[in-house]
Design a protein around this ligand. Sequence first.
Ligand code: B12
Ligand SMILES: *[C@@H]1O[C@H](CO)[C@@H](O)[C@H](O)[C@H]1NC(C)=O
Ligand SMILES: *[C@@H]1O[C@H](CO)[C@@H](O)[C@H](O)[C@H]1NC(C)=O
Ligand SMILES: *[C@@H]1O[C@H](CO)[C@@H](O)[C@H](O)[C@H]1NC(C)=O
Ligand SMILES: *[C@@H]1O[C@H](CO)[C@@H](O)[C@H](O)[C@H]1NC(C)=O
Ligand SMILES: *[C@@H]1O[C@H](CO)[C@@H](O)[C@H](O)[C@H]1NC(C)=O
Ligand SMILES: *[C@@H]1O[C@H](CO)[C@@H](O)[C@H](O)[C@H]1NC(C)=O
Length: 422
Amino acid sequence: MRPSRQLALTGLLVFSLIPSQLCQMHGVNETNFWHIKPLINTMLNSKYTERFQDANVLLTFRLVGIKSQRLEQQLSGQIKEDINSREMDLTSGQLALDILALGACENQDREFIHGAHLVSKLGVKFQAEIQNMEAHGGSPLTNYYQLSLALLALCLFNGSYSITSVTYYFTPENKNYYFEDQFSVDTGAMAVLALTCVRRDTQKKMTASTKRKISGYVASLANKIQAEGNQGLLGNIFSTGEAMQALFVSSDYYKNERNCRETLHAVFDNISQGVFYMPIAAAQILSALMGKTYLDVISPSFKFNVSTEKPVTATPTTAPLNILVKYSVRINKTSHTEVTVRKGSVFLDVMKAAQEKNETLFRFTVEETSWGPFVTSVQGISASSKDRTYWKLLSNGQPLTQGAGSHVVQNGDNLEVRWSKY
Ligand code: B12
Ligand SMILES: *[C@@H]1O[C@H](CO)[C@@H](O)[C@H](O)[C@H]1NC(C)=O
Ligand SMILES: *[C@@H]1O[C@H](CO)[C@@H](O)[C@H](O)[C@H]1NC(C)=O
Ligand SMILES: *[C@@H]1O[C@H](CO)[C@@H](O)[C@H](O)[C@H]1NC(C)=O
Ligand SMILES: *[C@@H]1O[C@H](CO)[C@@H](O)[C@H](O)[C@H]1NC(C)=O
Ligand SMILES: *[C@@H]1O[C@H](CO)[C@@H](O)[C@H](O)[C@H]1NC(C)=O
Ligand SMILES: *[C@@H]1O[C@H](CO)[C@@H](O)[C@H](O)[C@H]1NC(C)=O
């Protein structure tokens, strides 16, 4: 169990701020606000010693107007330090998120963006993605989620980008919206936000036909997102927040009370089960629940103060019990083993136990990211975004919706890492 803190909210005027057109009847309001408190607590109480999750968290804090001076200072300081030390190494999406977070809702960090010429540097990174697609069969350096983040930040912060490239590369049929033939709802949602910004951009002189074209892309992507609707979720639980944002700005989906009720029910249910215990996961859904989208980043936001009390130390958890699971590594042929781990173990613990049994077959490496450890190699074979290869995680034949550091395994599970192409 993670330590939790009680949250005290002062000046709770926030509800009058929720745009009235969004989930009007059944959005977050005074009566159901307690549902989202765990998200705010998670974001407030994480340590942020690593740099990874700063930008998403700071962005959401500023966007929804939660004022915690201590945390804002810490996160914005860490982001600036990171930009100063490894600006060249930042990917397009990372720099875009940094700009969105630093520049969100009128604050003095905008001077830093300006002074360090971050927007024009992002323009260069965006251009490099396009050039890579031209040279390498349409594959960007990173992915379309990041290209969309970059386009969104360029559009919101008056950067330069080519409309011709946008209309060429963001057609809804582009393969980069898909991973292994599966439409990526997160990616489509980010593209809808970016393209909506582009369509509204008054700085750009666009012909009526270009505008119509972009509107067509937005509508088509919004339809694909809705087609992934399932028991109130859009895609899975972790894509739902960004999908909500996309549908807010592009469709009438949430004008329908029933859709709104279904999504909120599913999301509140998952919040109460602790599904959003990672600050990045909490940050990605909170904006939508508070009726905000990343397009609101350029507007000022009302603030309400939060104060935190001392942590309540968690009670020690259950006695250790062992469970037995199967584990396999599948490349062209499959290597199997069985390992015993403590009850409550995560996928990564199983990988470690297997590695201890046979280093040759089960050795692996991970890289720390904003979502936790990402499996980069197994048996010495490394994932590569250039070749669009990765190590896919599965349990009982189903792909996981969480990473190796989060997915809790159960007795008898059949776990697998599979060499895959996306
Ligand atoms: C692109 C993408 C991928 C690509 C990444 C490679 C590439 N060339 O870009 C591929 C297809 C390989 C991928 C794989 C997986 N992904 Co993915 N991915 C995304 C996506 C759409 C965008 C990530 C991004 O670029 N962010 C922006 C940049 C600026 O941030 P970043 O931190 O630098 O991004 C890096 C990490 O996010 C990392 N990454 C990507 N996915 C995952 C997943 C996990 C668990 C970790 C630790 C890291 C990680 O790759 C990014 C690029 O280097 C997100 C959507 C989202 N909402 O974030 C899902 C998302 C992060 N992925 C997710 C999942 C579940 C996975 C898999 C575990 C799926 C599986 N069953 O195997 C695997 C990871 C397995 C492993 N080897 O450890 C979930 C995570 C949910 C959670 N609570 O943990 C998300 C939120 C999608 C979703 N809605 O389910 N993913
Ligand atoms: C929030 O705190 C700041 C600084 O303590 C104070 O100036 C401001 O009035 C407070 N705002 C609200 C809404 O309580
Ligand atoms: C708040 O939303 C719930 C549904 O989520 C609804 O039943 C309730 O009537 C709303 N309360 C107010 C005060 O608007
Ligand atoms: C972008 O330019 C417009 C018009 O020149 C200006 O009003 C706006 O403040 C600028 N936005 C940012 C974030 O600099
Ligand atoms: C999350 O919501 C979905 C859809 O309602 C539901 O099927 C699932 O069981 C929930 N997960 C948890 C852990 O509550
Ligand atoms: C799998 O088999 C194919 C065809 O025999 C081969 O080209 C490929 O290199 C093998 N992959 C790995 C990772 O060993
Ligand atoms: C690991 O597996 C390989 C291939 O099956 C085998 O040759 C080797 O002896 C195993 N090593 C150990 C330590 O069990």
